[in-house]
Design a binder for this molecule. Structure first.
Ligand code: ADP
Ligand code: MG
Length: 676
């Protein structure tokens, strides 16, 4: 049996069992030993009866005083009762349900370990259906994620058989790295992660496996990055930022200038830019994009900006046209809903080079969209764009520069991993004069007061949003957006101009609603989350979010970013009757900070990084053991370790690096496909 053998070769695993293992993603012997325990049960330090905590799982060591007695309670229910005594005379009563087999196996006078929850008092406790093992089994036991029909104990026993097959398995971590960072070898680590001798060796094993996982990921990403850094013919010799800035109605912030400079250096370098610009809502990403598109145009190249929705594309088109007004840069718009004639006109102008900056949706990816000289591609909101789509657009030019803008602030280290093939710039400063948005969480009881508060602002000439959650399928308790808007118009907001924006409206209708809201024609916009990204109406100063508990933190943050964009003080009211702890915690976070990075950190803590990694769009492999929050320190170390290794052996050709190369290739075999 080799590491790559099917688990069918393991004793006791037949066809049926094997299928259950497949459900857990386990097909080979190596998959099995790489299926790490979720947690552990500590049977290694059994307690006496007085030491056992009440109501919590623990292990008690005691001697059985007599054989179990049988009690027939009713038809089909037999209890077996036993009594055990610890070394100091503490009494443990044990009840087993319908488990004659176990009850008969246990012998009076023998000492056993009882694992379960104990109830009772100091000297006399009881356990119902504990797990029972001979006293010789005092060790730390692994607990695995289970699936139907496949218990943790079955997995434990299969792993026990698989581990001896790992003898001499090649270790992807080169010896020099293991020595430098004090890491156990792979075989030891695998044994100790499943069947640790003690807490310390388990920790050492875990650290080594986390290190390995992050190390492989970083080696792979570094190689990808190096490969995508070929050469480009798009060399933008002249930095035109100063001319662009001079025409703006505002002064660029220091952060904007720094990020533009970082990008401009890429554009001048002769290597294609692959850069992520992260900036919190309202940090002024559009102006950064405009500066770079301006630079492209001035240097004789075309630029493209792609947005995930029509509304956003239109909004970008307007903002960019505004920011570039008077510069002579020609801006065009191409979306799916434009008329055929309009599309043709735009395409012709593009091919002729008469349009220097083209803004659009996925329509830009179509084959018949031909640029004359594409030099820069900007995509917005990376989270909604697949790597493949970015690549398709990039293929429209000759290795053009790529700029990705994201308003989802994520910790920098995490960004380095998720956007591993990109360099990262952060706009970490808001334009001056922004007033913090005051945020309150209130129960539905106070909804009428919230309405009154909105009215007060509308009367002062301001505008507002009410966000209602999307209606989920099969749900009737939440009025769909339309009904809700009608109710508001007829009732509490009679006499005010109420508008509606929801996801199922036709693009032209959405556009019309947004246009009327921008123009101040609509005073109160009732909307679903379509308003979430990008729209910019500085006169909107109040937002009420219904059923706020239904939204994730980052989503709430994006929504709230629609207000507080002008000179007026803005208020966000989160309406929720939620009682559960996590929801309350989320609302509390929203009320206490408006810092997108802090909110993202909290979001990560509450939801776990699974969501970032789970989205699959980035095409990166899943993490099995590393935790992006807990293991930041290891991530820093692996980053350090990768550099000298790749500097000395960029293609991993040295003998000692061969297992590493194999492992990286295996890890990225899925991800590569997504990137190409
Ligand atoms: P986001 O980063 O959320 O996309 P935008 O680019 O939409 O932010 O900018 C938000 C608002 O701030 C816009 O109205 C924009 O004109 C304005 N703005 C951008 N940069 C500055 C600046 N340096 N000074 C003042 N206002 C700015
Ligand atoms: Mg924006």
């Amino acid at each position: 049996m080799a590491a790559t053998s099917s688990i069918r070769y393991i004793k006791g695993i037949g066809e049926q069992r094997a299928k259950q293992f497949y459900k857990l993603g386990i097909a080979t012997v190596e998959d099995l030993v790489r299926f790490y325990p979720r947690t552990y049960e500590d049977w290694s330090h059994p307690l006496s009866v007085p030491e056992a905590p009440l109501g919590q799982p623990c292990c008690i060591k005691a001697r059985l005083r007599a054989d179990f007695s049988e009690h027939r309670v009713r038809k089909g229910m037999v209890l077996y009762k036993g009594m055990a005594e610890d070394a100091k005379g503490g009494i443990l009563q044990i009840t087993l349900f319908n488990n004659k087999y176990l009850a008969q196996k246990l012998k009076a006078g023998e000492t056993y370990l009882f694992y379960g929850r104990a109830l009772g008092n100091l000297l006399r406790k009881e356990m119902a259906s504990p797990e029972i093992q001979p006293a010789s089994c005092a060790k730390i036991r692994p607990i695995y994620r289970q699936t139907e029909g496949l218990s943790s104990r079955i997995i434990e026993s299969a792993v026990g058989q698989a581990l001896p097959q790992m003898k001499g398995i090649p270790d992807p971590l080169p010896p020099s790295v293991r020595t430098a960072y004090g890491l156990p070898d792979l075989e030891t680590a695998l044994w100790q992660i499943h069947f640790p001798a003690d807490g310390e060796s388990m920790e050492a094993a875990r650290r080594r496996l986390v290190f390995e996982e992050l190390f492989l990921l970083q080696v792979g990403l570094s190689q990808l990055k190096a490969r995508s850094r070929g050469e480009t013919a798009c060399i933008l010799r002249e930095d035109t930022t100063a001319a662009f800035a001079a025409g703006l109605p505002f002064t660029l912030t220091g952060a904007q200038r720094r990020v533009i400079a970082e990008c401009a250096a890429d554009l001048q370098s002769g290597r294609p830019m692959n850069r992520l610009v992260q900036g919190d809502v309202g940090s002024g990403k559009t102006a950064v994009a405009a500066a770079l598109c301006h630079m492209a145009a001035r240097n004789g190249w075309q630029a493209a900006m792609m947005a995930p929705t029509e509304i956003l594309a239109e909004q970008h088109y307007k903002s960019l046209s505004g920011l570039l007004k008077g510069t002579g840069v020609t801006v065009g718009l191409l979306t799916g809903s434009a008329s055929k004639g309009e599309k043709e006109r735009v395409r012709a102008a593009l091919a002729a080079g008469d349009i220097q900056l083209l803004v659009g949706t996925h329509a830009l990816l179509q084959e018949n969209v031909v640029f004359r000289r594409l030099g820069l591609v900007v995509t917005d909101e990376q989270h909604r764009f697949g790597v493949a789509q970015r690549a398709a657009l990039a293929a429209k030019g000759d290795n053009p520069h790529l700029l990705v803008m994201s308003a989802t602030p994520i910790p920098r280290t995490l960004a380095l991993i998720i956007y591993g093939d990109l360099d990262v710039s952060v706009i970490d400063e808001l334009p001056p004069g922004r007033q913090p948005i005051e945020t309150y969480a209130v129960g539905t009881r106070l909804r009428q007061r919230a309405y009154n508060y909105i009215k007060k602002h509308l009367d002062e000439g301001r505008q507002g949003y009410i966000v209602c959650p999307l209606v989920e399928e099969g749900e009737t308790d939440l009025a769909p957006a339309r009904q809700y808007a009608e109710k508001l118009q007829a009732g509490p907001f009679r006499g005010y101009r109420v508008g509606l924006l929801h996801g199922r409206m036709k693009p032209a209708e959405k556009e019309e609603a947004m246009r009327r809201f921008s123009a101040g024609d609509i005073q109160l916009l009732v909307s679903t989350t379509v308003v979430e990204v990008g729209v910019d109406v500085p006169n909107a100063v109040i937002m009420v979010i219904e059923n706020a508990e239904r939204f994730g933190l980052s989503q709430l943050h994006q929504l709230r970013g629609r207000i507080g964009r002008g000179q007026y003080k803005s208020t966000c009211i989160l309406i929720s009757d939620a009682q559960n702890k996590e929801a309350l915690r989320r609302l509390q976070v929203m009320c206490s900070t408006s810092d997108g990075f802090k909110i993202a950190d909290e979001d990560l803590k509450l939801r776990g990084p699974g969501d970032f990694f789970g989205s699959r769009q980035h095409g990166l492999p899943d993490l099995k053991i590393a935790d992006m929050l807990e293991d930041m320190e290891v991530l820093r170390q692996t980053g350090q370790a990768v550099k000298p290794l790749l500097a000395a052996d960029p293609y991993l050709e040295k003998e000692e690096n061969l297992p590493l190369r194999k492992a990286v290739e295996k890890l990225f075999s899925g991800a590569e496909a997504a990137m190409n």
